[in-house]
Design a protein around this ligand. Structure first.
Ligand code: G1P
Ligand code: ZN
Length: 544
């Protein structure tokens, strides 16, 4: 085997604290760019000689090129085995499962999640460790530092392998197995959920529409929903992964999955259940006939009913939610007598809780829900847990939601995003807000009085590490709340996220429209942070 040492100049790789290196395809296409990052990963994680590495991505433009190069580099860096999904495909949750199941030392996941794909759009790479979860902060920091000093990358000089044929090939002493990207994950789902109950409900008329958004979940959904559960062909829409996702944003929200939303709101045409997932398959959108379920509510409703699925019949150990996610899940945790955790934004913070057996279910307001079955959020897993619950209970989504709110009260919720703001302006807004925090308590904004305000710090109950400046929380008397934070995943300027939450107790207004219920909070958000003054924007770009 001849290892070639390519010399390279350093560049700033993945910023610590973000979920992977995410840039425009054109940036990734610069000579040595992806190679620098991958070599920095290999240099930092120092896998044992002969270790197994998992490689797969969401199928977006540039996926195959980077995979071929990563294989040549894995061979040169002493890995013994690479497992790669056929066609270069592995959804993020499936990759997490493959790493765990096959005892790999880690994996490279190629995706820019819900960001658009294509020659002028986004690409990304991240590294997950042996537990199947995103590398922890100390590792991403070390990788970042390495990208700034790296002077060479190693590869063998071998031709591309055929990614479309299942089987094993040798690449300069490295065993590369092209695996079925779906089978392991689908078997895991079958072990967790009551497939016979769902099949019976489907035979009894339970209907659904699943929008794979031309992204990675198509093959997974075809296999599980149509082949294993018996939903009719056509249940899965846009089920063929495309390199540019058909020109759409593979982001399962009410803006980008509007076709599905409109279908679900049509009293004549709507099936009983609607769902969608994002570019790499970790996010989910849940819509019942005539009713959108917010991700925060979905987490709470799933937690309250999870025991109906065989995989969770023994009960939950705890429920974790990210800080900006509504407090709906906290009320369920309290009722179940189990701990509820509030973590910073980003799935990696759940990893320690899951590994330590402190939490079973986790969720984020940004449409991420999951459990201890893998170490990533899992879009289709959430869809299947919903289906399991609906099938066993023989109830509609709308009735289940109403019943839930009557028991626990309702957290009206929305997130307002202001995208591609000039970074300096966004920073000025946050800086001014941070300075004003001590002066806020007692101030009134319309009918709302500030009870407390702080910048969220998290101290990890497992390893004691502390993460500061994780968003500004403004709590009002009565339990309403506004959270302000800057996105860590955008690729253009800054994105300001404003999270609005109003709690209405059981017996209160449970059927009102969300915009009306949140109007006072929207006004207060501008009063507190000066959004219009700082950004010049009078309305958010996206409301979810
Ligand atoms: C966003 C979401 C966050 C999620 C992350 C990765 O991050 O808000 O919940 O974990 O994407 O999917 P943000 O852009 O807000 O930093
Ligand atoms: Zn994603």
């Amino acid at each position: 085997m001849t290892v070639i040492t390519h010399s390279t100049t350093p560049f700033a790789g993945q910023k610590p604290g973000t979920s992977g290196l995410r840039k425009k395809v054109k940036v990734f296409q610069q000579p040595g760019y992806a190679e620098n990052f991958i070599q920095a990963v290999f240099d930092v994680v120092q896998a044992a000689p002969g270790a197994t590495l998992v490689i797969g991505g969401d199928g977006r433009y540039h996926n195959r090129a980077v995979i071929q190069q990563a294989i040549r580099m894995a061979a040169a860096n002493g890995y013994g085995r690479v497992l790669v999904g056929r066609g270069g495909i592995l959804s993020t949750p499936a990759a997490s499962h493959v790493i765990r199941k096959h005892r790999a030392s880690g994996g490279l996941i190629l995706s820019a999640s819900h960001n658009p794909g294509g020659p002028d759009e986004d690409f990304g790479i991240k590294y997950n460790g042996a537990n199947g979860g995103p590398a922890p902060e100390n590792v991403t920091e070390a990788i970042y530092a390495r990208t700034l000093e790296i002077g060479r990358w190693l590869a063998v000089d071998t031709p591309d392998i055929d990614l479309d044929v299942l089987g094993t090939v040798e690449v300069a002493g490295l065993t590369v197995e092209v695996i079925d990207p779906v089978a392991d994950w689908a078997d895991l789902m079958e072990s967790l959920f009551d497939f016979p109950a769902i099949r019976a409900a489907v035979a009894g008329g339970l209907s659904m529409a699943f929008d794979a958004m031309h992204a990675v979940t198509g093959p997974y959904a075809h296999e599980v929903l149509e082949r294993r559960l018996g939903f009719p062909a056509g249940t899965v829409r846009n089920g063929t992964p495309l390199e540019d996702f058909g020109g759409h944003h593979p982001d399962p929200n009410l803006v980008h999955a509007k076709v599905l939303y409109d279908l679900m709101m049509d009293p004549e045409m709507a099936p009983a259940f609607g769902a969608a997932s994002d570019g790499d398959g970790d996010r989910n959108l849940i819509i019942g006939k005539g009713i959108f379920i917010t991700p925060s509510d979905s987490l709470a409703m799933l937690a309250a009913n999870a025991h109906l699925a065989p995989g969770y019949a023994a009960g939950l150990k705890g429920i974790a939610r990210s800080m900006p996610t509504s407090a709906a899940a906290d009320r369920v945790a309290e009722a179940l007598g189990i701990p509820g955790f509030e973590t910073p934004t980003g799935w990696k913070f759940f990893g320690n809780l899951l590994d330590a057996g402190k939490a079973t279910l986790c969720g984020e307001e940004s449409a991420g829900t999951g459990s201890d079955h893998v170490r990533e959020k899992d879009g289709l897993w959430a869809v299947l847990l919903w289906l399991n619950i609906l099938a066993v209970r023989g109830i509609s989504v709308a009735d289940l939601a109403r019943e839930h709110w009557e028991k626990f009260g309702r957290n009206y919720y929305a997130r307002h995003d202001y995208e591609a703001i000039e970074s300096a302006r966004a920073d000025a807004l946050m800086a001014e807000l941070t300075t004003a925090l001590p002066t806020l308590p007692g101030k009134t904004f319309g009918p709302l009085t500030v009870a407390s305000a702080d910048s969220f710090s998290y101290s990890d109950p497992v390893d004691g590490s502390v993460s500061r400046n994780q968003g500004i929380r403004v709590l009002f008397e009565g339990g309403s709340r506004i959270v302000f934070r800057l996105s860590g995943t955008g690729t253009e300027g800054a994105t300001l996220r404003v999270y609005l939450e109003r709690y209405e107790p059981a017996g209160g207004h449970l059927d009102a429209g969300t915009p009306a219920m949140l109007a006072d909070l929207v006004a207060a958000a501008d009063g507190i942070a000066g959004i219009v003054r700082h950004t010049g924007r009078t309305a958010p770009d996206v409301v979810t």
